[in-house]
Ligand binder design. Structure first.
Ligand code: FHN
Length: 463
């Protein structure tokens, strides 16, 4: 017998449905909490993220056909914007730009040499552009001829670099551009400022997504363990909500995980996924409660630009690395190789400087967590828990006290440290600690062990 429902019941049900919808709307307008399609437990996710959190420091590599023009076109400098966007900034049609592939022949490319430089700098993972917005692929793809196998070079760069990472113990990650200025089915309307090298008016995003998923399958099938996928949107789509909706991003994540369940995914599909990606900036308070990674150029552009000499100092980048770690984040520092396959000399020198600092101080970066205290006036704190139950505080001193008195801001005077030493000197020289005006003061030597950042270690029992 068909059940009759009272008017009150139906009214109540409608109100309930309206309330749920309003919540859902509110949730969908806010950054919807990421519901992992695999219903991962916190413990499972922590295990999957462990290597990435331990690493704290990686290398970004932006390399493609744009390294050939290197910021100039037909003898004219195109200084606006980013070097890897020269096709757009120069409004270069595909038929003029794409023949660059017939000149791509990076005869100096040496994957082991690149990985050795990253490893010496203290970087624990590499993420390279397998395909940037220009659409050219640095890997052998059976879904396009616009790839490295159809150039004079004829070598699968992604294969060589992923193999070299495994040989040297670095995790390998792939950057993949969502927008594609070459593929005819990526609609120009969804590109930044509606650009496409060879626009097809009735381009069908769904057809492009088939191509994109086929290439994702290639990358996650033929190149061994892929530690992370660095999707990038390049200002495409109106906003993240539209990007996630039109890309069916949760389906893409499920697809990636169906191929390699442990692969870490960033937030540029338009949904939170595993970590946030502040770009060219270090958030004042980090991204509390969330994994995050600042990506940063060494000069002003990601791809190689021959006349961009605005290089950050090694000091500035070491301090950025410390700053990220002090807020619980990772630092992904970029190199833009030349058309010959070499790192710019200025990049090599900086990687070398950073490596020398990391040789002495990497313990204060790897595996650390955000500081338990606000940053002191003279530098940054990082911390890690010791097996003993003590907390090891790493005091990164940017400004060494001329009077030799380092005030440990944030610690209560009664929190007597159990051990204090200079990381550069281990326990060779005891360091005195006193209480002055209710504050803990470390008597440090007159000369800083390191001109850029010196690390003082304080082991303490934090409740
Ligand atoms: O448009 C890209 C840009 O070329 C570069 O790849 C950066 C790196 O994070 N991502 C996009 C801009 O946000």
């Amino acid at each position: 017998m068909k059940k009759k429902y009272s008017g009150i019941f139906i009214l109540g049900l409608s109100v309930l449905i309206l309330f749920i919808n309003s919540c859902t709307d509110r949730e969908s307008t806010a950054q919807k909490e990421w519901l992992d399609p695999l219903n991962e437990t916190v413990a499972q996710r922590d295990a999957r993220m462990a290597w990435w959190r331990e690493s704290r420091f990686g290398m970004f590599i932006h390399w493609g056909l744009y390294s050939i023009p290197a910021g100039s076109w037909k003898g004219e400098r195109i200084p606006q914007g980013l070097a890897e966007w020269i096709m757009l900034h120069g409004q270069i049609p595909s038929e003029e730009y794409e023949p660059l592939k017939d000149r791509f022949n990076p005869v100096e490319f040496d994957a082991d040499e690149w990985v050795r430089m990253a490893k010496y700098a203290g970087m624990r993972y590499i993420a390279i552009t397998t395909k940037h917005h220009e659409g050219f692929c640095l890997f052998d793809s059976k879904y396009t001829d616009y790839d490295v196998m159809n150039t004079p070079f004829k070598r699968d760069i992604i294969q060589e670099l992923s193999d070299a990472c495994r040989r040297h113990g670095l995790k390998f990650g792939v950057y993949y551009s969502i927008p594609d200025w070459h593929h005819q089915e990526f609609p120009a309307e969804h590109n930044n400022s509606g650009f496409h090298g060879n626009p097809k008016p009735d381009a069908d995003l769904e057809k492009y997504l088939v191509y994109m998923k086929n290439q994702i399958r290639e990358l996650l099938t033929y190149y061994g363990e892929i530690g992370l996928v660095w999707f990038d949107g390049g200002a495409s789509f109106k906003n993240m909500e539209q990007r996630a909706r039109l890309l069916h991003s949760e389906e893409i994540v499920k697809f990636v995980k169906s191929l390699q369940p442990r692969t870490i995914i960033n937030d540029r599909l338009g949904i939170p996924c595993d970590y946030g990606t502040p770009e060219q900036r270090i958030p004042d308070t980090g991204l509390p409660g969330r994994d995050w990674e600042t990506c940063m150029t060494m000069n002003d552009t990601w791809g190689y630009r021959s006349y961009d000499h605005n290089w950050k100092s090694s000091e500035a980048m070491i301090r950025q690395l410390v700053d990220c770690a002090s807020k619980g984040g990772n630092y992904l520092l970029n190199v833009g190789p030349t058309a010959l396959g070499e790192f710019p000399q200025a990049s090599i020198e900086r990687l070398d400087d950073i490596g020398r600092w990391m040789e002495v101080n990497s313990e204060s970066i790897y595996g650390t967590q955000a500081s338990p205290f606000a940053a002191p006036s003279w530098g940054k704190y990082t911390q890690k828990k010791l097996d003993s139950g003590l907390t090891r505080l790493y005091l990164h001193v940017f400004n060494w006290p001329a009077d030799g008195k380092l005030v440990v801001e944030g610690l209560e005077k009664n929190q007597e440290p159990m051990d204090v030493f200079l990381l550069a000197e281990e326990h060779s020289k005891p360091i005195k600690i006193t209480v002055e005006n209710e504050r803990l003061v470390i008597q440090v030597p007159p000369r800083a062990p390191d001109a850029i950042v010196s690390v003082v270690v304080v082991d303490i029992s934090l409740r």
